[in-house]
Design a protein around this ligand. Structure first.
Ligand code: ADE
Length: 227
């Protein structure tokens, strides 16, 4: 899978993508992440990427031209015509585990990160094929949101996680939060590991875990249960 990210601060991606699972996935050739600076697609002396909003109001708006030209550049170098173009914005549909697995099925994705007060609406209407929000709060830019999307997606690609790190049982995989996990020691500061987990009885362990998942979900995220 190839992911092209258009943003104003490509340096922000260097450290997060140089570690851990994304790095390992790149090393194995399972994913290639390429960042581009939207400023490189301006043509004026000052490399202007933003301007005042028509109609007045606070803040600046990201201009459409460098964003459209950036996407056209990516289309040319990758030879792709119809891979999804995802705009990260607080107005997007909510990014969930389900959306992560849907996106992980594409061979190529283009992510657009906004900044300033917003992005010219023509980007949302005529360039983006999808608009995603990672939660109901406002970040200073789409870069952090793009990192979240890439991280959640890359770990779902076949071959990225080892068989002992399976993505099948974790929180949100089946619409429930994950059951509690324990490791050694068997007793720590007087707190014991639930005896069923030491029993070696696989059916009982499965039943206990399922019940714990439901109880945790009901207590913390009843909204997930009602879905
Ligand atoms: N840009 C600013 N806030 C955002 C959010 N919550 N999700 C995605 N992109 C954003």
């Amino acid at each position: 899978m190839r992911i092209d990210i258009l943003c104003l601060f490509p340096e922000m991606f260097v450290s997060p993508f140089s570690h851990s699972i994304v790095k390992r996935a790149e090393g194995k050739g399972l994913v290639e992440v390429v960042t581009h600076n939207i400023r490189d697609f301006t043509h004026d002396r000052h490399a202007t990427v933003d301007d005042y909003p028509y109609g007045g109001g606070a803040g600046m708006v990201l201009k459409p031209e460098p964003v459209f030209e950036g996407v056209e550049h990516v289309r040319r170098v990758t030879g792709t015509a119809d891979s999804p173009v995802v705009l990260l914005s607080p107005r997007g549909r909510l990014f969930t585990q389900g959306v992560a697995s849907e996106l992980a099925g594409h061979a190529h994705l283009i992510l657009l990160c906004g900044h300033y007060e917003g992005v010219d609406e023509r980007v949302s209407e005529h360039l983006a094929t999808d608009e995603l929000s990672i939660g109901d709060y406002v970040l200073t830019g789409g870069e952090l949101a793009a990192m979240v999307v890439v991280d959640a997606m890359v770990r779902l690609l076949p071959g990225v996680l080892g068989s002992d790190e399976s993505a099948g049982e974790e929180s949100h995989a089946g619409g429930l939060l994950e059951y509690p996990q324990y490791t050694r020691p068997e007793e720590y500061r007087g707190w014991r590991v639930p005896p069923v987990l030491l029993s070696g009885h696989h059916a009982e362990i499965s039943a206990w875990r399922r019940r714990q998942s439901i109880l945790k979900t009901a207590a913390r995220r009843p909204d997930l249960l009602s879905r």
